[in-house]
Design a protein around this ligand. Structure first.
Ligand code: HEC
Ligand code: HEC
Ligand code: HEC
Ligand code: HEC
Length: 156
């Protein structure tokens, strides 16, 4: 084994367990009410968005027949018990990051599954196929009927 390869292998071994823990694959969805306690502004403004009402809108559709396959985009985690596109559909499942000592430290929160949304986050549902139109993150982020109000100015 040459020197470079040896280091590459050592690097892989060191990186794999970290990647597994950072991925936080076992996190569960806790629901928007759990976030409300500390993020009242985001919660109350999110409630007025179309995202919050997405399950009801799909159920009321006259053009398409409602079924479980709609929930993939019209609910959180495709779960009928998690109606609407809730916080965790954009910010990741919260069971591991929602506690204060973790939340107050952005790096720790991310390591425990917090997602700061990007274009890819939106693309999961805004696929550009069928009636699901693409959205451009940069412009849509300021759409108050879609995204909640922000406590901190963006890009701080
Ligand atoms: C116990 C209180 C608490 C709970 C519960 C909580 N958070 Fe937080 N969160 C905080 C604090 C404190 C910060 C640090 C920034 C700040 O002061 O707002 C934060 C920051 C954040 C950030 C911004 C990270 C950044 O710096 O850009 C997001 C996004 C977030 N929380 C989402 C959520 C979501 C989604 C939930 C529910 C699953 C949740 N939080 C539950 C206290 C909490
Ligand atoms: C791949 C994700 C995805 C799936 C699956 C999906 N939708 Fe949608 N739906 C969207 C998105 C994204 C929008 C918002 C489109 C826009 O206005 O930009 C939307 C909007 C809607 C609307 C309001 C606007 C309109 O076009 O009438 C209704 C009603 C609707 N969907 C019903 C349904 C029903 C019923 C199902 C299941 C048969 C379904 N959707 C499945 C992503 C999806
Ligand atoms: C879990 C799926 C899902 C995710 C993730 C998601 N959306 Fe949506 N979005 C929807 C659905 C479904 C609708 C249609 C809701 C309705 O019409 O009631 C919608 C509607 C919208 C609308 C139209 C609302 C209006 O009335 O103006 C915008 C804009 C939008 N989303 C932006 C975004 C952005 C930006 C992101 C990423 C930060 C995002 N969405 C992430 C499913 C999703
Ligand atoms: C449709 C996607 C979407 C949903 C649903 C959503 N957010 Fe956000 N959130 C965003 C985006 C986009 C940002 C800005 C990220 C950035 O800074 O670039 C953000 C930023 C935040 C921040 C940091 C900025 C601030 O206001 O201090 C907090 C905290 C937050 N969200 C909490 C929540 C909570 C709590 C909920 C549910 C009540 C929620 N979000 C639902 C997309 C979403």
């Amino acid at each position: 084994m040459n020197r470079t390869l040896k280091w590459a292998v050592a690097g892989l071994i060191a990186v794999v367990p970290f990647a597994l823990s950072a991925q936080a694959g076992n996190n569960t969805y806790v629901g928007a009410k759990k976030c409300k306690m500390c993020h009242h502004l985001e919660y109350t403004s999110w409630q007025t968005t179309t995202h919050a009402k997405a399950t009801d809108v799909a159920k009321a559709s006259t053009q398409r027949k409602f079924g479980p396959e709609c929930l993939k985009c019209h609910a959180t985690n495709a779960d009928a018990n998690m109606p609407g596109v809730q916080c965790e559909a954009c910010h990741g499942a919260g069971s591991a990051y929602k506690k204060f000592p973790i939340m107050k430290d952005l790096a720790k929160a991310k390591a425990n599954g917090l997602i700061i949304p990007t274009q890819e986050t939106c693309n999961q549902c805004h696929t550009g196929k069928g009636h699901s139109k693409k959205v451009e993150f940069k412009t849509a982020i300021n759409n108050k009927s879609a995204i909640h109000k922000f406590k901190h100015p963006l890009g701080k």
